[in-house]
Design a protein around this ligand. Sequence first.
Ligand code: ADP
Ligand code: MG
Length: 288
Amino acid sequence: SVPLSFFGGIGGASRRGILIKGSSYLELLSRVTTVVFDKTGTLTEGTFNVVAIHPEKGVEADYILSCAAYAEALSDHPIAVSLKRAFCGPIDKRRIREVTEQAGHGVSARVDEHVVVVGNESLMKCHGGSWTACELTGTILHVCIDGSYAGHIVIADVAKADAEQAIRDLHEAGVRRCVMLTGDRADVAAAVAQRLGIDEVRAQLLPADKVQEVERLLDQQARGERLAFAGDGINDAPVLTRADVGIAMGAMGSDAAIEAADVVLMDDRPTKIAVAIAIARKTMRIVA
Ligand code: ADP
Ligand code: MG
């Protein structure tokens, strides 16, 4: 039978907006020594602003933005949502066909009679887009229209207000490693990680690479230690499942995340992870 104090622990957590899906996760949470974070939407707000648009010669900046917003119209990736917001105008979905989204890469779609591809460098390479190398920093969306490179959009996201505090609280609670994984570029990842006090960072990872990275970290754990992964579920539901404790952002996150996770943070605040660990430890002390 489940000791009564477990219900107290789960109830106390839920009053603080932390949904724990069963008493077994209280025990796992109490032993967490590694916390792995996804970047976009977990440590950062996930709402990107358009910083600059760099079109190729003969292409209008507005045209690039509208093509990109149309191609992203059916996606709920934070980048897609942000582009649609930057575009402002209404999107006539009847003009869009043959949409394919490649997790960790980007999207392609037919917009009227044009084939539009929006995404990272490797996606451009497979669609024949090429450009002259330029010194760029930041999150970059390359746009290719009908097989030729049209330009790129520089976008930027900000860290959540409590992200730095969240890492500090975890370290103070005895979590030895805070790791950030991201599909974004290395320069963006390094800047965020340094500002927040993250111990280890891995960038330019595909969803499958994130699973592998978590498996490597799980292998490195000593007996009795546990690993938690926190993500928004967009492209990272498999990692949520693989971790000892999968923690999903509930407000911004996808239904897939809420389904795949063991713990859901209703208000998306990363400081709630240390709160959940503290409640779990207190509950375990009462049980023991
Ligand atoms: P993160 O690991 O930061 O949560 P993702 O794995 O979701 O990011 O995406 C990694 C990268 O893949 C993005 O930085 C972007 O370059 C590209 N990408 C993913 N989805 C899209 C999309 N819908 N549109 C454009 N680019 C995308
Ligand atoms: Mg993500």
